[in-house]
Design a protein around this ligand. Structure first.
Ligand SMILES: [Zn+2]
Length: 483
């Protein structure tokens, strides 16, 4: 009897547990964005809602969530202008004008405010703190007003660039959520991987290029709704246009599409994208997103990377266009899949993207770039910068672990992050040999995919086999090495 009673009790307890488990919503173990965004072409606005499920992987109790409102950098009285004086004419093709990102409301919270250094941070106070490994859901309603500007977020002459088009959760560090204003030097973005489901509500004549997989498209009256998904990505971006034509190619199961409106040889960009995707797949490790969209657009710089999507400026000449496509493709590995701190160590992804571009061309001699040519040009440019800065300022600060806000100019930023970064990787390869160099890059990719890797993580992948590289890396980072 006793035994029977025990069994019955166990059965009852098990049944109760099963019922409880069935009632309890499945816990998300990565944060999730469900975004609905409706574009009004006449008003140049995007009205959106973000149903955000936060997964607390910080190890700490979290009472407030912080989101970056990058779209607010385009407003009239922004302290940090989104574009420097050098690029102002290339960016504002219709004269200087403004945009904004306005928060209309936040649901399921006890309060919210917009503040930060430059009205760039939305702080949401939760109803109750969220504990480690637990979820909380909030809903943000917002309006993005787009400036007429050839930039990451803006209406260009032929397209609408929707980079950074929604409030994105700030990355978390030991000091809390990382707030970052929109510095015109570099890419002032730092965010952790999340899952995305994004619905774009658009006029019917528009074609949308995104980094996600198209799951559903419905049309009704004078609108179309397209829903995309993208998993384990640190951002989601789109470019929309009523002028897009496309060419595409399948590479190892990935649909590579080139979206363009003014290119007499679209196959050139598609081939460069496909060949470099294939080469980096084999050399570093597999590409993980469902599509790769290469998008010709109005853009004041050469190109810009987002997970699964890159923007390529329509003003580039043929060879510069090819080089930019390969560089942005390399960013899918170094920025998108393996993140790094773009605010304090911009060289980490830019230098590696530059060096990966060099490796691609070295292995594809039909193109007009060589290892000697690329290293020679970077060294020449870096030395010229060093000489000029020494003459102007008496000394040149060549340290590499600098915050974006501490660069004097785009000229200095480019020479430190891109050129000195590329030189670092070439000298590293010369000192340890091709085999260890490639093995180190493969290890860096495998161990840091989906994360934000520190510079120590990167260095650690090469410091093995008794080779003392610490002094080498330190002399580059602290600026002591003479190039
Ligand atoms: Zn880059």
């Amino acid at each position: 009897m006793k035994r029977f009673i025990c069994v019955l009790l166990v059965i009852c307890a098990a049944a109760a547990l099963i019922t409880l488990a069935a009632c309890k919503e499945k816990k998300a173990e990565i944060s999730e964005y469900e975004i609905f965004a409706s574009y009004d072409a006449e008003a140049r606005t995007l009205k959106g809602t973000v149903d955000f499920t936060y997964y607390n992987d910080t190890g700490n109790e979290i009472g407030d969530l912080k989101f970056n409102l990058y779209g607010n950098a385009f407003r009239e009285n922004a302290q940090h202008k989104p574009v420097s004086q050098t690029y102002i004419n290339a960016a504002y093709y219709a004269g200087v004008n403004y945009g904004a990102m306005t928060v209309d409301g936040v649901e399921n919270c006890s309060g919210w405010n917009v503040g930060g250094e430059d009205e760039n941070i939305l702080t949401v106070t939760l109803l109750t703190p969220v504990y480690p490994e637990e979820n909380v859901k909030i809903k943000i309603s917002y309006t993005l007003t787009l400036a007429k500007i050839n930039h990451r977020t803006g209406v260009t002459e032929n397209t609408v660039n929707l980079g950074n088009f929604y409030p994105v959760l700030c990355a978390y560090s030991s000091e809390g959520f990382v707030e970052c204003a929109y510095y015109s030097n570099g890419d002032p973005f730092l965010s952790e991987c999340a899952n995305y489901k994004v619905t774009l509500d658009l006029p019917p004549e528009y074609i949308a290029a995104t980094g996600g997989k198209l799951e559903n498209r419905t049309t009704a009256a004078d609108r179309q709704k397209c829903t995309y998904t993208l998993s384990n990505a640190r951002d989601f971006a789109a470019v929309i246009s009523d002028k897009f034509k496309t060419v595409n190619q399948n590479v190892n199961g990935t649909e590579v599409t080139y979206y363009y409106y003014s290119d007499s040889e679209p196959q050139t960009a598609l081939t460069a994208a496909s060949e470099s995707l294939q080469y980096f797949n084999t050399t570093f490790g597999g590409y993980e997103y469902p599509v790769y969209s290469v998008v010709q657009t109005g853009f004041c710089y050469g190109g810009m990377e987002y997970p699964g999507l890159v923007m390529i400026s329509d003003s580039l000449k043929k060879d510069d266009g090819i080089y930019t496509v390969v560089h942005e493709t390399a960013h899918q590995w170094w920025y998108a899949m393996v993140g790094s701190n773009q605010l304090t160590d911009a060289w980490q992804d830019e230098g590696l993207a530059e060096y990966s571009t060099l490796m691609f061309f070295e292995n594809h001699p039909a193109y007009s770039f060589t290892r000697t040519g690329i290293v020679g040009a970077a060294t020449k440019s870096y030395r010229a910068y060093y000489t000029v800065y020494k003459q102007i300022f008496g000394d040149a600060d060549t340290s590499m672990n600098r915050h974006l806000k501490d660069y004097e100019s785009e000229y200095e930023y480019t020479n430190i992050a891109y050129n000195k970064g590329l030189i670092l990787f070439d000298m590293l390869r010369q000192s340890i040999g091709d085999e260890k160099f490639l093995a180190g890059l493969k290890k860096y990719f495998a161990e840091n995919q989906g994360k934000i890797a520190s510079r120590e993580h990167l260095f650690g992948c090469f410091i093995s086999g008794g080779v003392d590289l610490e002094g080498f890396f330190n002399s580059f980072i602290d600026g002591k090495i003479v190039i």
